[in-house]
Write a protein that binds this ligand. Structure first.
Ligand code: IYR
Length: 220
């Protein structure tokens, strides 16, 4: 394994007041992000999705293996296939696999097995986790893939929101059908499915309250 070449870090240092302003303005921006379940069919520019995926790919990863693939689905026939397969799994989940406690936890959100947004949203981004890498036809171990892909997905959601698009973090379960429909290689496992677009006219979201800082932070 070859060593990386080390180069000077292009770090930007800000004055404290600027740091605080930047930190607060970032908070205000991400605090406006909401999961959307009702999408307009209006198209979104490919270049914007590409730039956001580019940003997601800057996430840190175990041993810099970058163990992710972002599949952008635009084709209505493929979206339809995904909807049919997801709804079949979700129907089974909602009707038989969820525990009573879980069903109760979802009730306030009003979700059910029907997933029309999988066809309505103009784009679906399916994030795949590479359980191992393949280099020169040899299997290469990846490290901390769950953490790495989770962080990259967070970057992606933030980038799409920042660009002015709405998303849903959708986890049909189990997700094996996505690898099959999208013909992904054996080393890739679907991690999350993100419908992307504009909210439907009159879209409503639950009036959630986020935990205040005092409840999520301890100072030791
Ligand atoms: N995956 C299902 C169920 C679901 C589970 C949780 I936890 C949620 O926060 C929301 C939904 C679905 O997408 O409907």
């Amino acid at each position: 394994m070859k060593d990386f070449r080390f180069v000077p870090l292009p770090f930007r240092r800000y004055a404290e007041e600027d740091m605080l302003a930047r930190a607060r303005s970032f908070y205000e921006e991400v605090d406006r992000r909401r999961s959307v379940r009702h999408f307009s069919a209006e198209d979104v520019p490919d270049e914007v999705l590409d730039a956001c995926i580019h940003a997601a790919g800057t996430a840190p990863s175990g041993a810099h293996r970058q163990p992710w693939t972002f599949a952008v689905v635009r084709d209505p026939d493929v979206k339809r296939k995904i909807r049919i397969a997801a709804e079949a799994e979700e129907k089974e989940t909602y009707e038989h696999r969820l525990t009573d406690e879980w069903r109760e936890a979802l009730e306030p959100l009003g979700t059910d097995w029907r997933k029309p947004f999988l066809e309505t949203a103009p784009a679906l981004i399916v994030v795949f986790r590479q359980t191992y890498g393949v280099e020169e036809q040899r299997r290469k171990t990846n490290y901390y893939t769950q953490e790495s892909v989770g962080i990259a997905t967070g970057f992606l959601l933030a980038a799409l929101h920042h660009a002015g698009l709405a998303t849903l973090t959708h986890t049909p379960s189990p997700m094996g059908f996505l690898g099959e429909i999208l013909d992904r290689p054996e080393n890739e496992r679907a991690y999350v499915l993100i419908p992307v677009g504009y909210p439907a006219e009159g879209c409503e979201v639950p009036d959630l309250v986020r935990k205040p800082l005092d409840e999520i932070r301890v100072v030791i």
